[in-house]
Structures are given as C-alpha cells and as structure tokens.
Design a protein around this ligand. Structure first.
Ligand code: SF4
Ligand code: SF4
Length: 311
C-alpha cells in the first residue's frame, strides 16, 4: 500500500515528517550492541541492557508486524533562555511533558489507521519500549544519525522528538536516509567533556545529559565532568550543528516554553525553592528527577563556575 495518506494525516496532526520502513530484524546491529553492553557502555542504565532480543527484532514486540512508521515532532521553542548570567535547561523540556503530547498525537494517528484500514494490531512508542527509535527513524528515511548520535533531518535539524508505530499493515517503504555529516566535526569539537570522541558513539558516562538527568547520587560515577552551566540536559552538540540553522520554532501552544524558565537567571536558580520547582515544572518532564536532584545540578553548576569550566 502507498504511505502518502498516512504522511498527510501525520502532517495534519502536527508532525514535521513521517516515513515508513519494512519491519525486519536488525541482526546486523547485534555485534555493535553486544560489544557496547559488554564493555559497560550503558553506564548503569539498565533499560538499555534490557530486552536486547526485542530491540533487534520488532516482531518479538508486535507479532505479525509488517511495517514501522516513524514520525518527528519539532520541539524547537519560540523563545530561548538567555545564556548570560544563567544556568541552562535543555530545550526539549522547555514546555509541557513531551511524553504526554507525543503519546496523545500518536494515539490519534493509530486511531486514524484503524478507521482507514480496518481493525489491526499496532503499537506506538515514544522514549519507551524496546524499540531502537533512531535506527528506525533512519530506516524510515526521516533522518540520519549524526556524529553527535542524534537524528538529523536535512531541512529541519535535530530538535525533534521521535515517535514509532509498529503495525501489521504493509506499506511501501521509504529509502533509508544517507549520512550527510560529511567532513563536519563541529559537535565533536564543541562537546566539552569528550563524550563524542568516538565518532557516532556517545560515551554516556561523560555526557552532561546523563549526569544531570539520568544519574542519581546513589549510583555515583567514575568521573564527573563539569556541567558547563547545564542544569538539566545539554544542547551543546545540537546548537553547533549546521543543520540546526534551519530549525524553526513550533508555534503549537503545547510547545510554548514556561514563562518563569525564560525569565530566571543564576540567582533565581540558586534560590529556587521546592514550591517554585513544582510550580515552574508543574507539567514538565523535569519533574521526573525531583527537586533534590535538580537542586544538586544547580549547586554543581555554581561550584564548577567558581573553579573554572575547564575540565
Ligand atoms: S549532550 Fe553535551 S556532553 Fe553530551 S555529547 Fe552533547 S555536547 Fe557532549
Ligand atoms: S555538527 Fe556536523 S558532524 Fe555533528 S551531527 Fe551536525 S553535521 Fe554531523
């Protein structure tokens, strides 16, 4: 079947782009993932270690799956935190919890599929489930994984959430998107912690995003990089990517940045109370790390600045 109508519906629902791939095992990735996990590359993130067989074979996730549909949702915000005298939060959490927005839109798309093509089994995923989202987005032709390991769309950049749908329906696949990084190395050079030194691979244990979002104090870390003013996530390797010159704000009110987040400066973050945290991030994915861990990040960023952001 042709996939043009799904793409039109995906656009109508606010997705930036949609593509389709034939659902098949990803056996060719087994040596890479096994090696990565065996040498502890997942840095204690157990969800990366779980369900390897399912990750490599979507038919184990949805029996009878014939196609994979990938959609991208632009989250580039209309307003950006000023960098001067500030600690920065990653743009992907500037507004309402993206998991909810994406889930709602993906549900709308799967309902439409049911109405148009009749009852059939399908499953959708956003940041959850044993699905290699960036690999599938690449195979669906909506972008390539850059040297910063993120998915990049040639005319839209990388500020996108990825949604994946597995379906029993069979659609004509789109061509895989080739790599367009070429000789560019900007993300590798800009990463302040060396987390991208192994091109196309993220050294999770060095990444500021991992240290400010995923790592809880009890887990500890062999080396703790300086946070370079980042208090939740890190956009450095995206901000320097030339393809993000084309990034345009998503005008959808669902993606409007929280007002306080834009107006805050260093002194406001340092004096942030738990009540303020709960109010500012009332409907945000930032809530998942809790006030204590967020405050820990602020304190560390402030300490780094006192000792110099050089390491
Ligand atoms: S998110 Fe920051 S620390 Fe992580 S790879 Fe990108 S630039 Fe480096
Ligand atoms: S900065 Fe350059 S090398 Fe890095 S992902 Fe973007 S295009 Fe690729």
């Amino acid at each position: 079947m042709l996939s043009e109508r799904i793409k039109e519906e995906a656009k109508r629902l606010g997705f930036y782009v949609c593509g389709v791939a034939r659902c098949e095992p990803l056996e060719y990735l087994r040596p890479f993932y096994s090696g990565f996990l065996n040498r502890g590359g997942h840095a204690g993130l157990h969800y990366l270690k779980s369900y390897l067989e399912k990750r490599l074979n979507p038919e184990l996730v949805l029996k009878g799956a014939r196609s994979v549909i990938a959609v991208l949702m632009n989250y580039y915000p209309a307003r950006i935190q000023p960098a001067d005298d500030n600690y920065l939060v990653s743009k992907h959490v500037y507004g309402r919890d993206y998991h909810r927005i994406m889930r709602e839109r993906l549900e709308q798309l799967t309902r439409w599929l049911q109405q148009e093509y009749g009852p059939h089994r399908c499953k959708s995923f956003v940041d959850s489930g044993p699905v290699l989202e960036k690999v599938w987005a690449n195979r669906c032709g909506v972008g390539w994984q850059g040297k910063n390991t993120l998915l990049i769309h040639k005319t839209g950049g990388s500020y996108f959430f990825i949604g994946i749908i597995l379906t029993e329906l069979e659609f004509d696949p789109d061509p895989v998107m080739p790599d367009h990084c070429g000789n560019c190395n900007r993300c590798v050079q800009a990463c302040p912690t060396g987390a991208l030194d192994h091109l196309y691979q993220l050294r999770i244990e060095r990444c500021i995003s991992y240290h400010t979002i995923e790592l809880h104090p009890a887990q500890g870390a062999p080396t703790t990089p300086k946070l370079h003013g980042r208090i939740y996530g890190c956009d450095i390797c995206q901000d320097v990517c030339p393809y993000n010159r084309f990034a345009r704000p998503n005008a959808d009110p669902e993606f409007s940045p929280f007002t306080e987040l834009i107006s805050f400066r260093k002194k406001d973050w340092i004096s942030l109370t738990e009540d303020q945290f709960l109010e500012i991030f009332r409907d945000s994915a930032v809530q998942r790390i809790g006030y204590q861990n967020f405050k820990r990040n602020v304190i560390r960023a402030a300490q780094d600045a006192r000792t110099g952001d050089t390491e």
